[in-house]
Design a protein around this ligand. Sequence first.
Ligand SMILES: Cc1cc2nc3c(=O)[nH]c(=O)nc-3n(C[C@H](O)[C@H](O)[C@H](O)COP(=O)(O)OP(=O)(O)OC[C@H]3O[C@@H](n4cnc5c(N)ncnc54)[C@H](O)[C@@H]3O)c2cc1C
Length: 387
Amino acid sequence: MLTGRFPSPLSSDRVRPDVAVVGAGPIGLAIAWRCAARGLRVVVHDPAPGSGASAVAAGMLSPVAEAYFGERQLTALLLASAARWPAFAAELTETTGVEIGYRTEGTLMVGLTGDDLAEARRLWAYQQGLGLPVTPLRPSELRDREPALAPRVRGGALAPTDHQVDPRLLVPALRTAARRAGVVLVPQPVRQLSDVDAGVTVVAAGCGAAALTGLPVRPVKGQILRLRASDGVAPGFRHVIRGYADGEHVYLVPRAGGEVVLGATVEERSDTTVTAGAVQRLLRAGVDLLPELAEYDLVEAVAGLRPGTPDNAPILGPLPDRPDVLAATGHHRHGIVLTPITADLIADLVLGGVPDPLLTPLRADRFRPAGAAVGGPELTMEGSPWS
Ligand SMILES: Cc1cc2nc3c(=O)[nH]c(=O)nc-3n(C[C@H](O)[C@H](O)[C@H](O)COP(=O)(O)OP(=O)(O)OC[C@H]3O[C@@H](n4cnc5c(N)ncnc54)[C@H](O)[C@@H]3O)c2cc1C
């Protein structure tokens, strides 16, 4: 119970902020916006706002297509956040006047070969078993929806409620909304938590949270490409397409402005170099699914670092030994879809002091040190409801 530990919005202290947020990615900015809109004095520390994982992210809001085996509770959280996206997007656009590329055409999941389709169908059956909206389509139905798909594509399914947003529009919009609500940006890094003086500190620094808190957040590298039709016309497909192509898992996200985002690798590494092999694999799979891409310009090849956790779920709540420091990190592959619910839950916690029950399985102390080991304490999944 956190009631009483946090400052009142009516505090007479004019200098000390009520809330200091470390990190101006989508998570930190959305939390800052929500807190400031409810009357708190908020500062955000970041030397390079929006330069983390969100700078490269595809922006898929895919709780259904990303409902994976063994992650039922995470799926429930993703669904709950995705349900908040329409209102969140509308409010953000209304507040800032900025369109954020929120699109609702839905997601097509496809398999190129018989083997690919067999693998995909197993997952679709699992997703349908959870009661999620996944509609298998015959090849002819698939092509009616997306004529640009390669004739070789063997089959697919529609996830109509999986949408998309453009993170490169989202983050500046959140920055504008936060600024208009009174949030002050301090363009400096936070080297240690003791440098921050505020009623509550929220660590929303993505991969940077590990060094500040000791929490088990690790970088998971993702290489991703951006292509554009050389004549500047919009892509010849409207849905987000997630495909299995000769064993390679890729997604293709069409943007209204003509861009196609093609991603992404998942690598247990912390560098951001782009490798020829990864580019080759992504392009081969992408062109196999949508042959028209071969004619596109390759305009960008980048890598970003997802803030991963041992159980793939975010860490939201007070540090075990610092009730005045809240973690809001570890969003891994889902930080864009989880932005609305994270912001609401953390703002409610800061304002009300009482954690929402949704936060219980996300608490920071679910990873318990199992004993000293070389290089730091060994972490166990014991007790984690996500395992
Ligand atoms: C290739 C790729 C594709 C992705 N696609 C999707 C997708 O389709 N859908 C989805 O939901 N998610 C996707 N993600 C994941 C998503 O980008 C992340 O989960 C999300 O960006 C996490 O947001 P964040 O604000 O916590 O961290 P980040 O976006 O990483 O931002 C962290 C911020 O903290 C700042 N910072 C770090 N350390 C400090 C410090 N010490 N002091 C001050 N500031 C600091 C950084 O400068 C940065 O601005 C993708 C990620 C990658 C890499």
